[in-house]
Design a protein around this ligand. Structure first.
Ligand code: GAL
Length: 812
């Protein structure tokens, strides 16, 4: 509160949330105006739309093959967008900064007509100082931002467009901790005590030197644990680095199961008055990547069970929302995931905060390309000018996060195959190490050996191995490569002195709720990555039995069977946790989003989710699928994923169809049974005792919908979300697994519908609409609270079905 309200005044029209002023970062995301168009010359005042950030204009657009983002961008529009916002200051005696967590892309920023800068990278966090250009106190200032996403294609996946992350103001004394100005490491960690080394960069923008008392207090659970004080003199216009060493006795270590966090609160005092307070969240943990034992965290072997994630949030597009990210991570955690790879770009800071809090092992990744482009207008076009600054800013911003355990400085970089790539990797490594020496550096390479890409079943010939120059160079601390699971067992022969991480695996393909008749054939779609695919299933669907993958990848079971066998394999990051918009491999239009997710775009798990849950969690699992709505006499393959049991018995209408046990390295069991309407039931047993039972009934015609909110009470803060699952059910309440009904949504009270999705990669209805088809019985509606406390009533209707509604309350 010390700084509260002293210096900054935002006009009431902007409805600034003043309670945030006690924090150093003041939210500046609300109350902007937006205009979509190439030039401001034509813009009339009525063309500007009022909105709150984060905002993604692409997600509001229509799918079209004419959109230049093409399949990579999910056939959604790009273009040029403008944002402006006015504010006033009370006193110009402070230094004022504006921070953008990310603008896609190629942003230009002005204040009061003064150009502040251009930033091509659409994922990087950056800031500008506003002080010299502010109007006198009490007068209006205007920030103008141009986001240019017109040069397309520039991405292999959906990027979104606009100021799609948060914006912050910082109003600081002329003596302050520089932005991202602390660096915390824990060089010695034991159960008994931990040494905490802190470097603090203090900026003095006064015209004279200042003598300051700098105190850092480490807090845990709100209580001071230890502190350290330094007296320093900082010359005018100097950025001074100050080191402080502290010891935490009996530290609570950060782990994936107990992600304990500490906060270092650094305050700067001049003549007894506090002029700045800077908080750094950190964790205490030790780790290494071991040649024999893989990943060791706090002395214990932990297999990394990770997923790769692109940044879109399904129907919300790229516009970040804290609760939406938290929900994604909760769904992953429930499956047993303990690792996240930020494919292939700097993530939003909120994701890393959540990974710190929830216990994920993060591979933080900076680039998808270096000097050579992958799409015509991508980051490679500005690589020479920007990569150093972007990488420095990325590491400096992220290096205090305890959840980050490795830096990936690239994904499938084309130069890995030549000496230029080795030179670039050396340069990038030096940049990273100048800022952080505590984490290994890797690149998600293409398979570094002569693995025939088109046929993953070919046994890898270790005699003929030829390593790519980057892998062979020894520059990387950690050998990371994508796919080629059959080469994993040979890692120690290929790289005797380097630990291994499978940076990307699998690329399995599935549409939730569709099943091929025969599940025991494995298909590789497309046949090769460089040859157009003309096969596949009607309606661009892919069977959700784990039986289809890209040829460079594998089914989920194929890779996991190898990964779990060898201790020296630290772990894997599966492509991908969630479906994402764009890259609809193996298909093209009308498909517009990916099939790779273990969970679909709406957040509904595909069946293979439960294979992982049975392997990766302590929960008792028994999952049977597909469903029990076929035509009399059809032959149906029933799979069961299960754990904590020796066997599963299947019954159709009370008649046993046999007991199955997993043999060898099996991860599921299967029965082939003729369909007979009624009840399918599975019973898992351990030592003859029932562990779990599961039943699926043949559903009748759709009669109504069942609505389930993930949370029925949410915050009235204008941001919080309730995710409402709409299940089509029959008159008895049985889920109808084949229903594709058109659903209409309406809402009353203190909320708005901000997204709808059903997980169908071919659906062209708007994510922002109020009507959407169900996909195989399910649809999702995302409801956002207003800032007023109250009730939200959500209604769903559909031709021929009985209406249904649900209430969500919102509280301050
Ligand atoms: C990888 C690539 C990912 C994604 C994936 C699809 O090669 O790193 O970004 O394109 O293939 O299988």
């Amino acid at each position: 509160m010390i700084l509260g309200g002293l210096f900054l005044f935002i006009s009431c029209a902007d409805k600034q949330d003043l309670h945030q002023v006690s924090e150093r970062n003041i939210s500046f995301s609300d109350g902007w105006s937006f205009y979509l168009g190439d030039s401001l010359k034509a813009a009339q005042s009525k063309d500007w739309r009022k909105l709150d950030l984060p905002h993604d204009w692409s997600i509001e657009g229509a799918f079209s093959q004419d959109n230049p983002a093409d399949l990579g961008g999910g056939y959604l529009p790009g273009g040029m967008g403008w944002y402006k916002k006015s504010f006033k200051t009370e006193s110009t005696n402070k230094q004022l900064f504006i921070q953008f967590d990310g603008v896609y892309m190629d942003s230009d920023v002005w204040i009061n007509g003064h150009f502040l800068g251009n930033r091509p990278n659409g994922y990087i966090t950056f800031e500008y100082e506003l002080t010299p250009f502010l109007n006198p106190e009490g007068e209006t200032n205007e920030i103008l931002v141009k986001a240019n996403n017109s040069n397309q294609p520039n991405s292999r996946w959906y990027s979104g467009s606009g100021i799609y992350r948060n914006v912050w103001l910082k109003s600081l004394d002329k003596l302050h901790v520089a932005s991202w100005g602390t660096y915390i490491t824990t060089p010695e960690v034991s159960q008994e005590s931990a040494k905490v080394a802190l470097e603090i960069k203090v900026a003095n923008q006064y015209k004279e030197s200042k003598t300051a008392t700098i105190t850092t207090t480490i807090l845990h659970g709100g209580r001071a644990v230890t502190s350290n004080t330094s007296e320093v003199t900082i010359n005018q216009n100097e950025n001074k680095n100050i080191s402080q060493n502290l010891t935490v006795e009996k530290p609570k270590l950060w782990s994936v199961d107990q992600p304990t966090l500490y906060t270092a609160v650094t305050d700067i005092k001049v003549d007894g008055a506090v002029v700045d307070i800077y908080k750094t969240t950190f964790g205490i943990r030790s780790f290494q990547f071991d040649l024999e034992k893989g990943f060791i965290l706090n002395g214990e072997q932990v297999k990394i069970k990770g997923v790769c994630m692109h940044h879109d949030l399904g129907p919300l597009g790229a516009a970040i929302n804290y609760r939406a990210i938290e929900r994604q991570l909760q769904i992953m955690k429930e499956m047993g995931v303990n690792g996240i790879r930020t494919a292939h770009n700097p993530p939003t800071p909120e994701l890393l905060d959540l990974c710190d809090q929830m216990g994920f092992i993060v591979m933080d990744e900076s680039f998808d390309m270096w000097n050579n482009t992958k799409t015509e207008h991508d980051y490679a076009t500005v690589w020479k000018e920007w990569h150093k600054k972007d990488l420095e800013d990325f590491i400096t911003r992220d290096r205090n996060h305890p959840s980050i355990f490795m830096w990936s400085v690239g994904n499938e970089i084309q130069e890995q195959w030549n000496e230029q790539g080795v030179a670039t990797a050396k340069e990038l490594k030096a940049i990273v190490q100048s800022l952080d020496t505590t984490r290994p550096i890797t690149v998600a390479m293409n398979p570094p050996v002569n693995m025939p890409n088109a046929d993953v079943t070919t046994q890898f010939d270790v005699e003929k191995a030829s390593l790519n120059p980057l892998a062979a160079s020894g520059v990387l601390d950690l050998i990371g490569y994508n796919y080629a699971h059959n080469t994993f067992p040979y890692h120690q022969q290929n790289f005797p002195n380097k630990p291994f991480i499978a940076t990307e695996t699998t690329s399995g393909l599935q549409t939730r709720g569709y099943y091929d008749v025969k599940s025991d054939t494995i298909k590789r779609w497309p046949v090769r990555w460089d040859i157009p695919f003309d096969g596949g299933n009607p309606g661009n669907t892919v069977s959700a039995y784990d039986q289809v993958s890209t040829p460079w990848g594998s089914t989920h079971e194929e890779t996991w069977k190898i990964m779990k066998k060898y201790d020296f394999l630290s772990g894997l990051y599966i492509w991908t946790g969630f479906d994402y918009i764009g890259e609809p491999t193996p298909y093209v239009w009308p498909s517009r989003s990916s099939y790779f997710g273990i969970v679909d775009l709406a957040g509904f798990p595909k069946d293979v989710y439960y294979m992982y849950q049975s392997e990766w969690t302590d929960k008792d699992v028994l999952h049977i699928f597909p469903h029990w709505n076929y035509t009399e006499g059809d032959s149906v393959d029933i799979w069961a994923y299960f754990n904590h049991a020796d066997e599963v018995e299947l019954f159709v209408n009370g008649t046993s169809k046999g007991v199955k046990k997993k043999e060898g390295d099996d991860l599921h069991v299967m029965w082939r049974v003729p369909f007979e309407a009624g009840t399918l039931k599975a019973v898992s047993r351990k030592d003859g005792q029932v562990v779990l039972e599961k039943e699926i009934k043949t559903a009748g015609e759709p009669a109504t919908v069942k609505l389930t909110a993930d949370r029925t009470s949410i915050s009235a803060d204008g941001k919080d979300l309730s995710f409402i699952t709409v299940d089509v059910v029959d008159a008895e309440g049985n889920f109808v697994p084949t229903a594709q009904n058109q659903l209409n949504f309406s809402i009353e009270g203190e909320g708005a519908i901000v997204g709808v999705a059903n997980g169908d990669p071919t659906n062209h209805e708007s994510f922002k609409g109020t009507s959407h088809k169900a996909l195989n019985g399910k649809c999702l509606m995302v409801v956002q609270a207003t800032k007023k406390e109250g009730e939200i009533k959500i209604n769903v209707s559909s031709d021929g079905l009985k209406d249904a509604s649900i209430l969500v309350t919102t509280k301050k």
